[in-house]
Design a protein around this ligand. Structure first.
Ligand code: FAD
Length: 549
């Protein structure tokens, strides 16, 4: 076949190619390529044609060009390497020689559907090499159009992705195995990224979120852990040591039981696989949080603790009762004693002392001496109040204990308790037993008031809140309330309005006032509350109380 020289009007390679395709020369593939090369060479503004030829020839991608029936008219050496056929074996053959029957016919239908619309197709097919070995071909087929926009040839480019696919599959399988193991774990598992977002969780975590009615329990856990561990939390993160068996509680409020969790955490780094960080490695830190619910165990421990508390409070009440009785007796004695002292004083000051007066004075002085003895003896019998150590007190916990101690009486009296603790209440520095006694007294008073008032609505509402370095506790009942005239008087010692058995001889609120004073707090009866009685107690968080002052 003789050489045919053609020329094109423009210097654009695409147009040269289109002109070539408009009337392709006949002959062997290399003769066709040579003719094309001549055409390009005739165009002075284009790169040398040999270059294009070598680019395609040396490409590591398997490239083939076919006619409209998919008969191969050109294939590069990579095509021979990937398929195992020599170039002579593939030229003039249909691309279907590579097809494997496991590729569903629908896949070919899709390919040809797109090619007939002059659109390219990309995807993965199962191909078969000359040695009958199957391989996965990641293939792109594109139509080649002539100047008039008609398809004249097809260009196929593929590479063997069998190994990559096997690896991907392996990774996917491993991920699925890990996910199902994590999902089956009976503990709460959550993986948090640097922003605290949960990127992986398990079924137990999802169930817990639904149970607690919160969107991301992990965020609440982290807040509670930081609170419980203080600086140790950041230290565990910085040193990478993590933490283990750290107990936290979650109070859902609304009367629901407090849930306890034992948490462990491990921080680990993972390199970021995004394109942005391809050359400059960037590591993300993740926190793997594992939490085991220990509410049952805690409830058992709590019961033992409550029994111990009950015994302690009973003893405290006994001591307090004896102190009050003796103080009451001294108070009662001091009335006539002071009158005798006054009478003796008058007699002593009289100028005209008679024998009768002297005798009377002597009797009065004897009475005073035995009065002194009696008062001293009573003071000596007074048991010393319990001194307790100062420490951080969780007011929510103390109030919950008080409610626990009063449960049977509350149930028997048909009192509905509305308990609304602030979930993250700061601890106050104080005397736990003193504060427990204070709140127990107020709750006992509320129950007494509702009993005595015979109110049809029996609600006990207790709320806590934190307010500018102060813990606020509000205790409301629906009893008869305290009249304006008595609002201050009720805090005085030996004052009581109770008709029924006077268990405390009017010392309850005086004791409450004492404990509040010890903590530099305030207590008041809300004058605006009309449905019963509302005590408002404020205790500063950081004040260092001085017991007994
Ligand atoms: P075929 O009878 O060849 O085709 C199946 C269906 O495809 C037919 O029912 C018909 O609807 C449609 N079809 C086939 N040829 C045409 C056509 N010329 N015009 C319109 N519709 C048509 N296949 C592979 O398996 N592996 C490859 O690597 C591969 N590379 C290719 C590269 C190029 C450039 C082209 C154009 C095609 C390629 N093919 C490849 C597709 C191949 O040509 C076959 O269509 C396919 O292998 C199915 O072969 P078959 O003998 O099972 O069925």
């Amino acid at each position: 076949m003789g050489k045919r020289r053609r020329s094109v009007q423009s210097g654009n390679f695409a147009e040269v190619f289109r002109a070539f395709l408009a009337s392709p020369p006949a002959g062997t593939p290399s003769a066709i390529l040579e003719a094309f090369g001549d055409m390009v060479a005739a165009e002075p503004r284009l790169l040398p044609p040999r270059l294009f030829y070598e680019v395609v020839e040396q490409s590591p991608v398997a490239i083939s060009i076919t006619d409209m029936d998919a008969t191969i008219v050109y294939a590069n050496p990579s095509f021979a390497r990937v398929t195992g056929y020599s170039l002579n074996e593939v030229l003039g053959k249909n691309e279907s020689m590579l097809s494997d029957k496991v590729t569903p016919p629908a896949a070919y239908k899709t390919i040809w559907g797109r090619l007939l619309q002059q659109k390219s197709w990309s995807g993965v097919l199962v191909n078969r090499r000359k040695n009958d070995e199957r391989y996965l071909a990641e293939l792109t087929i594109a139509p080649v159009l002539d100047a008039a926009g008609r398809t004249t040839h097809y260009l196929g480019m593929h590479r063997d992705v069998t190994e990559m696919h096997a690896l991907e599959h392996q990774v996917r399988n491993q991920k699925a195995v890990i996910e199902s193991v994590v999902n089956c774990a009976p503990v709460v598992v959550a993986l948090l990224d640097e922003t605290g977002r949960v990127v992986l969780d398990n079924l137990t975590y999802k169930t817990l979120a639904a149970d607690l009615g919160v969107q991301e329990p992990a965020a609440e856990f982290v807040v509670a852990l930081k609170e419980a561990m203080g600086a140790n939390f950041d230290r565990a993160r910085a040193t990478g040591t993590g933490f283990a068996r750290q107990e936290i509680s979650f109070d859902p409020g609304g009367g629901g039981p407090v849930r306890w969790f034992s948490c462990s955490g491990t921080w680990f780094r993972e390199s970021d696989g995004s394109a942005d960080n391809f050359f400059e490695a960037h590591e993300q830190t993740y926190l793997l949080l594992v939490a085991n619910e220990v509410t049952g165990l805690k409830q058992g421990q709590e019961e033992v603790r409550m029994n111990a508390l009950r015994a302690l409070m009973a003893e405290d009440e006994l001591v307090q009762g004896m102190r009050e009785t003796l103080a009451g007796a001294i108070f009662q004695l001091e009335g006539p004693y002071n009158m005798i002292r006054a009478a003796a004083g008058i007699l002593e000051r009289r100028a005209n002392s008679t024998v009768e007066n002297e005798a009377l004075l002597s009797v009065l002085q004897q009475a005073l001496a035995s009065g002194d003895q009696a008062i001293d003896a009573l003071r000596g019998c007074m048991p010393a109040p319990h001194m307790e150590p100062l420490g951080p007190v969780n007011v929510n916990q103390v109030l919950r204990e008080v409610l626990g101690l009063c449960t049977s009486r509350l149930l028997a009296a048909g009192i509905v308790v509305d308990w609304r603790p602030e979930p993250m209440l700061p601890p106050v520095l104080g005397y736990e037993n003193g504060l427990r006694g204070l709140f127990k007294q107020l709750v006992d008073n509320a129950m007494d008031a509702m009993d005595e008032g015979n109110s049809s609505v029996r609600d006990l509402r207790i709320r806590t809140a934190s307010e500018r370095e102060t813990v606020l506790v509000i205790i409301e009942d629906t009893g008869p309330g305290v009249s304006a005239a008595l609002r201050l008087k009720v805090f005085e010692p030996f004052f009581t309005t109770k008709r029924a058995a006077r268990r405390r001889a009017g010392m309850g609120l005086a004791m409450v006032q004492d404990v509040v004073n010890e903590h530099a707090g305030t207590i008041e009866i809300d004058p605006t509350y009309a449905d019963g009685c509302r005590f408002i107690i404020r205790i500063p968080v950081r004040h260092v109380p001085a017991q007994g002052q």
